[in-house]
Design a binder for this molecule. Structure first.
Ligand code: NAP
Length: 196
């Protein structure tokens, strides 16, 4: 299949693209800059230059493919501008792929559920700081009613590993290095803190 991938140059995308290529698929990756175009090309994918805000480019990428994997998001991802860009991207893909039966894969994060471990099976309730993003995830799933083979991949809250330079775990490591203290969640029985 020929797959259009947004966020191909990102942390998750740089694992997804080689996986697709090794499965015999062709990949076209969206790239908004020379640096991201080089990163996408170095992975072995074709490059489609454009920004996530450019719905004409997104439509062209989707029309020229057998399916779309949408991983890109604008940072900070909870800002109104970022979620509106994401909403427009999801709607553009849903409209372009409508009645084709082609796959639309959208990434999301698992939710925060008080008192227990959240899983990808938890019901999507649009609440809290990522409410707008959850609304977009639901919109992606609802594309199934318009003849799109849509699905949502609920990633863990922190996807990390060797080579991750800007994710949540590297941020915690950087903080620990700066302050000389590394915090661990315990049972609340700690009685003292090291002096700063
Ligand atoms: N990493 C995690 O811990 C985690 C956890 C749960 C869910 N997720 C979800 O997984 C998806 C991918 O995350 P990631 O960690 O791979 O993110 P990332 O490493 O920050 O990559 C983001 C990607 O989006 C692209 N992008 C950002 N703004 C763009 C714009 N205006 N136009 C075009 N492309 C743009 C970036 O391109 P540039 O190369 O040009 O910057 C990059 O390819 C996201 O939907 C995220 O919410 C990630």
């Amino acid at each position: 299949m020929r797959i259009f991938v947004t966020g191909a140059s990102g942390w998750v995308g740089s694992s997804v693209v080689p996986e697709l290529l090794s499965g015999g698929h062709q990949v076209v990756g969206l790239a908004r800059s020379d640096a991201s175009a080089t990163a996408v090309a170095d992975l072995g994918a074709e490059v489609l230059r454009g920004d996530l805000n450019d719905t004409d480019v997104l439509r062209a990428g989707a029309l020229d493919s057998d399916g779309v994997i949408h991983l890109a998001f604008v940072v900070p991802s909870v800002s109104e501008a970022a979620t509106q860009t994401d909403a427009r991207a999801v709607e553009t893909f849903a409209t372009t792929l409508a009645d084709t039966g082609k796959p639309l894969v959208v990434s999301g994060g698992t939710l925060t559920v008080p008192g227990r471990v959240a899983t990808e099976r938890d019901e999507l309730v649009a609440a809290g700081p990522i409410a707008a993003r959850i609304t977009n995830m639901k919109a992606a799933l609802a594309a199934a009613d318009r003849g799109v083979r849509s699905c949502l991949v609920m990633l863990p809250r922190s996807v990390h590993g060797a080579g991750d330079r800007h994710g949540f775990i590297p941020q915690l490591i950087a903080m620990a290095r700066t302050r000389g203290i590394s915090g661990y969640i315990g049972e609340g029985r700690a009685v003292g803190l090291p002096s700063m």
